[in-house]
Design a protein around this ligand. Structure first.
Ligand code: DSN
Length: 418
């Protein structure tokens, strides 16, 4: 059952209580390979369910527009201090509701509508809010986009530099949502400096790896860093903007009053808890284990003939290109889900198919590493993935794999389920 137990919820709203229980069981039984997901700790879960949700706190600690901040102020101050210390930055704003609002705040802080922003194209691994055409950031700003090299699947830094020199963006985003390789922050910083742009590193996917020393840090290279708190960082759904001292005031003004109202104080508390956990030595081990698992899974998939964008991974994420297979990303993801393995279909660079029915599968190892799986188990995962993708439509076989998956996962505890 769900832990903490939900007796009041069961009495008041049995329908929602039943769904919460069902989701907890689902998360317990499945191999969760969605690269942006994780399992938060019991302590983080508890913090998100507290009376802090009842409080409005527009403003910042010591400068609020509502009274009664005797408790919320130190909660937010703790979250800020822990973020600054964990990442080694001058300034942290822990109020953005999630990654997209955090990135929007960056636009508000450093651009006027119509100004030029440069980001990585979505099909190459960027994020919608890095100026992609369907996003407000691509509609209200003049966006120019860089990509990856076809032969290597890696960022084409020469192309990015040429583009920046030609288009003179005021803000450059690096980072994204489907990048399996190390981000070269010093190279992006050199480009940004050459054109006088603010470099923003969106580290949403790799924040936990950076905190744990398993990926280089953008600090000292990017003036502004945005991140969600719930991916490899293993906190609640939320976000932060980190910056150097020179950009701190503009960031704070953009988040509040520019874009948001009251921060979600229960989330702020849970972010503080997660940041405390990420500062512990065991989190360093976790971050390195995430990468070791991803490398082992990538190697096992490659051995089975899967084509991986860039040939492998340096981080938690693997992008499988199914272009050469008889199946597209969406039916493959649906077959995997039926087989108890959760992933998402994803565009791959130069995808010949449409975004809603693309050629790729995105996999990540943050969640399974939290559960305790290790590199020795990755060949078995790859075997199940291979069998499920080939067996799409063969429901008895997919059900058989799901039963084997559930049997394996029963041996690995999950915070939130007892
Ligand atoms: N939805 C997140 C992801 O899955 O990467 C990014 O916004």
């Amino acid at each position: 059952m769900h832990r903490p137990a939900v007796p009041a919820l069961s009495a008041t709203d049995p329908e929602i209580a039943r769904l919460v229980e069902a989701e907890a069981r689902r998360q317990f039984e499945k191999i969760r390979l969605i690269a942006s997901e994780n399992y938060v700790s019991q302590a983080v879960l508890e913090a998100t369910g507290t009376v802090l949700t009842n409080k409005y706190s527009e403003g910042y600690p010591g400068r609020r527009y509502y009274e009664g901040q005797q408790v919320v102020d130190p909660v937010e101050a703790l979250a800020v201090d822990r973020a600054k210390s964990l990442f080694g930055v001058d300034h942290a704003n822990v109020q953005p509701y999630s990654g997209s609002p955090a990135n929007l705040a960056v636009y508000l802080a450093f651009l006027e509508p119509g100004d030029t922003v440069m980001g990585m194209a979505l099909p190459s691994g960027g994020h919608l809010t890095h100026g992609w055409s369907v996003s407000a950031t691509g509609k209200w700003f003049r966006s120019v986009q860089y990509g990856v090299r076809k032969e290597t699947g890696r960022v084409d830094l020469d192309e990015a530099r040429d583009l920046a020199l030609r288009e003179r963006p005021k803000v450059i985003f690096c980072g994204g949502t489907a990048i399996p390789r190390t981000i070269d922050f010093p190279a992006f910083a050199a480009i940004a400096e050459e054109v006088g742009a603010v470099l923003v590193a969106d580290i949403a996917h790799i924040a936990g790896l950076i905190a744990g020393g398993a990926h280089p840090s953008p600090v000292g290279h990017a003036q502004v860093i945005t991140t969600t708190t719930h991916k490899t960082l293993r906190g609640p759904r939320g976000a932060m903007i980190l910056s150097d001292a020179d950009h701190a005031k503009a960031v704070d003004k953009a988040v509040f009053p520019g874009l948001q109202g009251g921060p979600h104080n229960h989330t702020t508390a849970a972010i503080a808890v997660a940041l405390g956990e990420a500062a512990a030595p065991s989190f360093r081990t976790y971050a390195h284990d995430v990468v070791a698992n991803a490398r082992a899974l990538a190697a096992a998939l490659a051995q089975r003939g899967f084509d991986l964008v860039s040939g492998g991974t340096d981080n938690h994420l693997i992008l499988v290109d199914l272009t050469g297979k008889a199946i597209a990303g969406k039916p493959a993801a649906k077959a995997l889900d039926r087989a108890g393995i959760e992933a998402n279909y994803n565009t791959v660079p130069f995808d010949p198919r449409k975004p809603f029915d693309p050629s790729g599968l995105r996999l990540g190892t943050a969640a399974i590493t939290t559960r305790g799986l290790g590199p020795d188990q990755m060949p078995q995962l790859a075997a199940w993935i291979d069998a499920a993708v080939q067996a799409a439509g063969d429901e008895p076989l997919l059900d058989r794999i799901a039963a084997e998956v559930a049997e394996l996962m029963a041996g690995y505890p999950m915070p939130g389920w007892a």
